[in-house]
Each structure stands twice: as C-alpha cells, then as structure tokens.
Design a protein around this ligand. Structure first.
Ligand code: OOG
Ligand code: NI
Length: 404
C-alpha cells in the first residue's frame, strides 16, 4: 500500500492550518491575498530574477506559524507531530534575554535539507514556558503552573500514536493521513473552553505570554505568516486597506542601494485582534469577554549569513555589507552554492532572528509584565532543550553549510 510521506503531510498540514486560521482570524486572509498580489506584481516586474530566493510555487505556499507550550513533555509531543511531517527542531532562542524579557525559550521546527525546503518549507516557531525562573514566577506561582500544566492534555493519544506510526514507517496510509491531519489541525484551533479569569489575570500581570500559555487548557496557533517578495510594498498596501500594522518592519532596514542583496529576514505584523472568549469567574458563573493574543505576520527572506556575516550584521548593521552577491560570497559573509553553469545561487535564510521575535512578542503584549531582575534565573540552553525534546536539536549553520 502506498504511503503519504512526510513531504505531503507537511504541505497538507500547512494548508489545513492556513484554512483554519483564515476562518478564525479573517484579517489573516486579507494578508494572504495582499501578499499574493504583491508577489504577482514583483514577478511581473522582475521576471525570473524574482525567483532567485525560491520558486514562486514555494514562496506562494510558504508559511511559518508560532505556537507556545508549557512543559518539556508537551514540546516532546509537538516534536513527534511535526516530526511526522518532516519538521525537525533547529536552533535555540532564549527570549528571556529580550527587552522586555519573555519567560520562554524557543526553537523552530522545519525541514532541514534543500530538497525538502524547496518542496515545502513550512516551519513553526515553538516556545516553551520557563516556569522555574524566579525573575518571573514566585514559588507559589511555579507550583500552581506545574499543577495546571501537568493536568492538561494538549494532544489526544490517537494523534500521538499516528505521529509515531508515521515517523517509524515514513508515512501513513491515506485514511490514517487524513485522520492525522484532522486531529493535528484541531489541536491548534482556539478552544471554546472557558478561561479561569482569576488564574489568567494572575499570570497576565506577570507576563501576557505566560497567561496565553499557562492560563488556558489548550494551545493554539498564535500567528501564521505568509512570505512576500516586497515587504515595504505589502506594508503600504495593508495600511491603505485600513489594517493597523505594528509601527515598523523588524530586521534589516531596506537598503538604499538598488540591487543590493537582501539578507536574513524582515518581518512585520498587524496587531492582535480582540477575539471573543468565555470566562469562568470566581463564583463559577460563565461570562463573555475578549482576549487579544492572535495576529497575522508577514515576512521577506534573504540570503543566509555565515557566522562571520552574522557577527558583522549584529555589530555593524546592514550598511557594513558589500553591494553585490559576488563580494558577499568572496568575503565569506553569506552562503552561496554554484549551479552547474558555475553561477552563484543564494542559500535562503530559513530561521528566525531573536531580536525580531522579541519585537513580535512585545508588540502584542498587554503590558510589560513584572520581572524581578534580582531573583534567580534558571539555567536553559540548547543542551537542556535537546534533552526535553528527546531528539537532536540541529545547528542552523551546519545545515546551511551542508547546502553549499
Ligand atoms: C513567536 C514570536 C516569534 C517570529 O516570527 O519571529 C516569531 C510568538 O509570538 O509566539 O514568530
Ligand atoms: Ni512569526
């Protein structure tokens, strides 16, 4: 019997999450439509040059999502579900170092080789709450969080069993694949379960991200992000349509030199929208209210920088880079490979930027929260996350080098 393999599972998963999110957050559909219009215009104006950083088929289908979970067990389960779709954890981001600090550490699940990325690069930025960091949570709150998170089940056993089967067998028979995708998509929908108001408010005073993770009994997609070929044009068009975007585009500023190669990643988003949610009040009664946690984001991707290039970017910014691909390549600042005609081909940046991620988080916080810098931080690093995941955590630079 023929199996539906990880590549197709991933492409279908990205499509079904996108369809779900479009019904939940209609402004996301507008964002996708405007992105497609911008991409069509860039393609018409530039021709094949527009496809240097990915075929139009790849770019049109390209999405990243973001989710947030609360425990090492939960992120290990996420790894299984994404693993079935050929998405593997890459990189370690510590958002507690951001300003304002966010009590999470993160990784991105994504395909790791060139052919899989070209087929469908769907990736999900996944954050894990750090419940034992005293700068955010006192001992009583930590204990309550552990109890609350320990009691919830984000993913049904049937979903996890199908994910196991898919990972071990390299895919699923058609009917199982349908069921897997149905359950996987449903697991990331916004839950109608009432939110315990007192508990949510307690966490929100500390960090609205902590409340979004530990204040509810389920997880949900926090945003989905289409890729666009001209993000400045996209920003203008969204604003013209009356959609309020965050005040800036995150990442490298636009270059003033025409034709200068785009590097890394630029992102912008529209503000989280008020969504109706049900609340359970102290007396047990149910009331209706709203929460603003979910939004839409859009991104433009450029060439991946080497560690040397990244150091230049972090220390001196985009103006310090040369104006041509040839020079970027010769200076060892960015990853290129040569095609059969000896022509340089850029390796696309497939990851995230901690500063931009922090900006995306921060633009949608309800307040700065409360952080007591004098308290004890808890140790988290890539090794810790690898243990929690129970599988390899890939180094992005090694993956880019392998594509050269
Ligand atoms: C994740 C924010 C980071 C990005 O594109 O940098 C992110 C979140 O809000 O959960 O998605
Ligand atoms: Ni994002």
């Amino acid at each position: 019997m023929s199996l539906i393999g990880p590549t197709e599972l991933r492409a279908r998963f990205a499509r079904s999450l996108s369809a779900l999110y479009g019904t939940e957050v209609p402004a996301y559909t507008t964002l996708v439509e405007v992105s497609e219009a911008v991409n069509a215009d860039v393609l018409a104006a530039m021709g094949p040059e527009a496809e240097r950083l990915g075929s139009i088929a790849r770019v049109t289908a390209e999405r990243h999502g973001a989710i947030r979970v609360g425990t090492p067990d939960e992120i290990a389960q996420v790894a299984k579900i994404f693993g079935a779709c050929g998405m593997h954890p890459v990189g370690f981001y510590d958002l507690r170092e951001a300003s304002p600090p966010i009590p999470v550490v993160s990784t991105a699940f994504r395909p790791i080789d060139g052919a899989e990325l070209a087929a469908n690069p769907f990736r999900v930025f996944t954050s894990l709450l750090v419940v034992d960091d005293r700068r955010f949570f006192d001992a009583a709150t930590q204990a309550q969080l552990e109890e609350f998170l320990g009691a919830r089940r984000l993913f049904p056993d049937e979903l996890l069993d199908l994910a196991d089967l898919a990972e071990k067998g390299g895919g699923l028979p058609a009917a199982d694949a349908d069921r897997f995708l149905e359950l996987a998509t449903a697991a990331f929908a916004l839950s109608p379960e009432p939110v315990d108001r007192a508990w949510y408010d307690h966490l929100e005073a500390i960090s609205s991200v902590a409340a979004d993770i530990g204040g509810v009994t389920s997880t949900h997609i926090n945003h989905l992000t289409p890729r666009v070929l001209d993000i400045d044009d996209l920003y203008r068009r969204m604003t013209e349509r009356g959609i309020t975007m965050i005040d800036r585009i995150q990442g490298p500023p636009p270059t003033t030199t025409p034709g200068k190669p785009a590097v890394l990643l630029r992102q912008t988003s529209f503000r989280a929208l008020a969504e109706p949610r049900r609340f359970r009040d102290r007396d047990g009664s149910i009331s209706h209210g709203q929460l603003r946690v979910r939004f839409g984001e859009v991104e433009a991707r450029g060439v991946a920088l080497t560690p040397e290039g990244r150091a230049v970017y972090d220390e001196r910014g985009i103006d310090a880079f040369p104006d041509t691909e040839q020079e970027l390549h010769e200076a060892g600042l960015a990853y290129y490979r040569r095609d059969e005609d000896g022509v340089l081909q850029p390796i696309v940046y497939e990851d995230f930027l901690p500063k931009s991620a922090a900006g995306i988080f921060a633009s949608n916080l309800t307040g700065d929260g409360t952080v007591d810098a004098a308290q004890r931080a808890s140790a988290r690093d890539a090794g810790w996350l690898r243990e929690a995941l129970g599988r390899p955590l890939h180094d992005p630079y090694a993956l880019y080098a392998a594509q050269v």
